[in-house]
Design a protein around this ligand. Structure first.
Ligand code: SF4
Ligand code: SF4
Length: 442
């Protein structure tokens, strides 16, 4: 039988069989890791994507047999620990993804391994804490507490302590917390008549996300102002929990399921009522568009939410195609270095943010489409910080090349990481939503 390299059919993704007993079976997992590691060893296309693949190939090359069978099973985890589930190997490189008979889904195999490790008690206090974005945000944004938390984050002695005791790298630039939470300060305007387009629902519900709610409420306000400028009626999703992405990355799939039980009934009702649901954080959008549907393939409510979920720029560009987006931009943006985050690329919708930024007159956008290496919490951790900066180096260089007026990424965390990696730069970091709000002059 001839095994064809690559598939001529469109890639598909199998549901995550996380509720089957086999999923958590260590022997079965080891067997699958060995099978896929061996395919990767023969292929090696992904060597420069992240540090997971170099770790694997070094383990193989330095083993006695120089094959996967020479690698100790306990060393398999070293590869798993380097994967931050950006999905890029699946999306951009791998010719053996389903429906190819080899059925390689490297990120989902890493996720399964993380889930097995989590169930065995493999996550420490730091990892559980960092992935509890909602609880952490609620606590850190209490007035008085917020002043203390932000002061600690800026204090080098405190950061040294956090590094040695907690494992949060002392040099990682962390986001501030804001006591004026988005959900308590937002004033969405629902007064406009809803005008459906061919491609877009005429009314929007905003899922605020932990990050926007607790760290950068301004991004949510910018989104609401852009919607109001375009006379799109908007509301906030009345009740929300974390989308579950940080818990997914930790392998805590039961926690993902618990958050899903809070979010999905509320969001599904909005989807049924004809709302487009927008989040300003690509990872959260991806969670609803892709990860929850793969975890709960038979749940029609999850499917309805996935259908109604839009990235904000996807919505705005489609709105433009519907002839219902204002292009009365008043301010040029000059040179913008724009980074496309991995979790946006995975949404497979083209570069909608770039398209909208390029509609602003006298604006030149340089697009950098490469992993910046931060991930949600991975690049914060003491043991991964240096690697995260190393992975990001080509991005930092490409972003600086055009001597931009602005640096921008849809992922606010990646944006801060890039700004840190670029060092001294006269360029201002602004989220694309902020840039569009500025360009509108609102
Ligand atoms: S999902 Fe991303 S981090 Fe994980 S192995 Fe693939 S490219 Fe590397
Ligand atoms: S994930 Fe696919 S493309 Fe990447 S090294 Fe493995 S087999 Fe090759």
């Amino acid at each position: 039988m001839t095994v064809r390299e690559g598939s001529l059919e469109a890639p598909t993704r199998h549901p995550l069989a996380w509720q089957s007993a086999d999923f958590y079976d260590q022997a079965s997992l080891d067997q699958e890791l060995e099978r896929v590691y061996d395919i990767c060893h023969g292929c090696r296309r992904c060597v420069n994507l992240c540090t997971a693949f170099p770790t694997l190939f070094d383990l193989i090359d330095e083993s006695k047999t120089m094959e996967v069978d020479g690698v100790e099973k306990q060393d398999y985890w070293k590869v798993v620990d380097q994967c931050y589930l950006c999905d890029m190997c699946y999306m951009t490189k791998c010719p053996y993804v389903p429906p190819h008979q080899w059925n390689v889904d490297f990120p989902h195999l890493m996720l399964r391994a993380k889930a097995v490790k989590f169930r065995k008690g493999g996550a420490g206090f730091r990892d559980k804490l960092l992935s509890s974005t909602d609880a952490l945000g609620k606590l850190a944004t209490i007035p008085v507490v917020v002043t203390f938390v932000n002061a600690v984050n800026r204090n080098s002695i405190a950061r040294g302590l956090m590094d040695s005791v907690l494992g949060v790298h002392k040099d990682r630039r962390l986001p501030e917390y804001d006591s004026a939470r988005f959900r308590s300060t937002a004033h969405p305007d629902a007064s406009f008549p809803a005008r459906d387009g061919d491609k877009t629902p005429g009314k929007v519900a905003v899922f605020s996300t932990c990050y926007v709610n607790y760290n950068e409420p301004g991004l949510g306000h910018d989104l609401l102002r852009i919607l109001a400028h375009n006379e799109v009626p908007a509301i906030l999703v009345e009740k929300e929990a974390c989308c579950g992405m940080p818990k997914l990355e930790l392998g805590d799939l039961e926690a993902v399921a618990r958050n899903k039980e809070i979010n999905i009934p509320v969001l599904a009702r909005l989807a049924r009522e004809g709302y487009a649901i927008l989040t300003a954080v690509p990872s959260c959008t991806l969670m609803f568009k892709q990860e929850l549907p793969l975890m709960f393939p038979d749940d029609p409510e999850v499917g309805a939410v996935a259908e109604a979920m839009f990235d904000p720029f996807e919505y705005l560009v489609l709105r433009h195609k519907d002839g219902m987006l204002k292009t009365d931009f008043k301010k040029a943006l000059g040179k913008v270095s724009y980074h496309v985050p991995c979790h946006l690329r995975v949404q497979n919708m083209g570069q909608k943010t770039r398209e909208l930024l390029e509609m602003v007159p006298d604006t030149k956008v340089t697009t950098v489409e490469r992993c910046a290496g931060h991930d949600g919490t991975w690049g914060v951790k003491s043991e991964y910080f240096e690697r995260s900066m190393k992975i990001g180096r080509p991005v930092f260089r490409q972003m600086a090349e055009p001597a931009p007026d602005y640096i921008s990424s849809d992922c606010a965390i990646a944006g801060r990481h890039i700004e840190q990696g670029m060092g001294d730069t006269p360029a201002q970091k602004q989220h694309p939503l902020t840039l569009i709000r500025m360009a509108y002059g609102i």
